[in-house]
Design a protein around this ligand. Structure first.
Ligand SMILES: NC(=O)c1ccc[n+]([C@@H]2O[C@H](COP(=O)([O-])OP(=O)(O)OC[C@H]3O[C@@H](n4cnc5c(N)ncnc54)[C@H](O)[C@@H]3O)[C@@H](O)[C@H]2O)c1
Length: 276
């Protein structure tokens, strides 16, 4: 045993929700490397060797419940990675309501409990949640699947940015109750990352912040570069961390907020809900 083992996952079971491609697939592969037994849920086929795969459609309550019921025994980490872009029907269910329901079901059935950790992949697009917390509290207070989805549609929140804000608000506001049950919850908020989802919306997703990256001399993130902080947050090495939404964008937004890179300032103000 070394002190550094706290970063590893030996003897742990990791559930990756949305791990067929992109960051979820990178996180699943990294978890295997870190010593974990890995279960991947996705609606797409899972090609990674050495993991158990379970079919899941996050837009359907029955599919979520069946998928969780198929998990045999406990999991120590749930990596909530699946997400879709604007224009996808049911985006409010896939990006937020479904993930939350899956976690509630995993806890209710005793599959996720004391010593467990949850790691979401949110987005820099979700950072304005604090400015909208009062309204989002109405959504967070609902636990019924359909009612929550209907609330999001009725309140014009069935889109990418609002679903990621709901996710960040959920992470921050459930840390207290979850930690009483011994479970930590955190999220990463990635900047542009080269995945099938981003490549399908290349100009908007991967063009974002390219002026900053050109000036500092970095590229868009790789999926593995985002998987590293996600796995860290769910490891025992992050025992002191819960309720945070960690911005993993190579410093773009803070450089905008502090005006050290002024072209990003209006973007940072807009994304954090501070643009007046
Ligand atoms: N790529 C980026 O630049 C970027 C930036 C910020 C945040 N994100 C977020 O990162 C997360 C991972 O996305 P990615 O970029 O790796 O893309 P991706 O498309 O490679 O991965 C998303 C995964 O979610 C799965 N999925 C989609 N709908 C589903 C459903 N209804 N049920 C079950 N699984 C479903 C897909 O099959 C896929 O495996 C998403 O939540 C996305 O919003 C991406």
């Amino acid at each position: 045993m070394s002190q550094f083992d706290a970063f590893r996952y030996d003897g742990k079971r990791v559930l990756v929700v949305g791990g067929a491609t992109g960051m979820g697939a990178a996180a699943a592969s990294l978890a295997v490397d870190a010593g974990a037994e890995v279960i991947v849920m996705d609606r797409a086929p899972v090609t990674l060797e050495g993991v158990q795969s379970i079919s899941l459609d996050l837009a359907q309550q029955a599919s979520i419940e069946a998928a969780v019921d198929e998990v045999d025994g406990v999991v120590h980490a749930v990596l909530s990675c699946a997400g879709v872009a604007d224009g996808t029907p049911g985006i409010e269910r896939i990006n937020f309501v479904g993930h939350r329901h899956l976690i509630a079901r995993a806890i209710a059935t005793g599959k996720l409990g004391r010593g467990g950790a949850i790691g979401f992949i949110s987005s820099a697009a979700g950072l304005g949640w604090e400015a909208n917390l009062a309204e989002l509290r109405e959504l967070l207070a609902l636990d019924d699947f359909d009612e929550s989805a209907e609330w999001m549609v009725a309140h014009h929140k069935a889109d990418y940015m609002n679903s990621k804000q709901a996710m960040c608000a959920y992470v921050a506001s459930s840390a207290f109750e979850l930690l009483k049950q011994g479970i930590r919850i955190n999220a990463i908020c990635p900047g542009p990352t080269e995945t099938p989802l981003a490549l399908a919306n290349e100009e908007m997703w991967l063009g974002f912040g390219s002026d900053y990256r050109d000036e500092v001399g970095v590229g868009v993130s790789t999926p593995l570069e985002q998987a590293y902080p996600l796995l860290f947050l769910c490891s025992d090495a992050a025992a002191a961390i819960s309720g945070i939404t960690l911005v993993t964008d190579a410093g773009y937004l803070t450089s905008g907020t502090t005006e050290s890179f002024p072209p990003a300032t209006p973007v940072a103000q807009f994304l954090t809900g501070k643009l007046t």
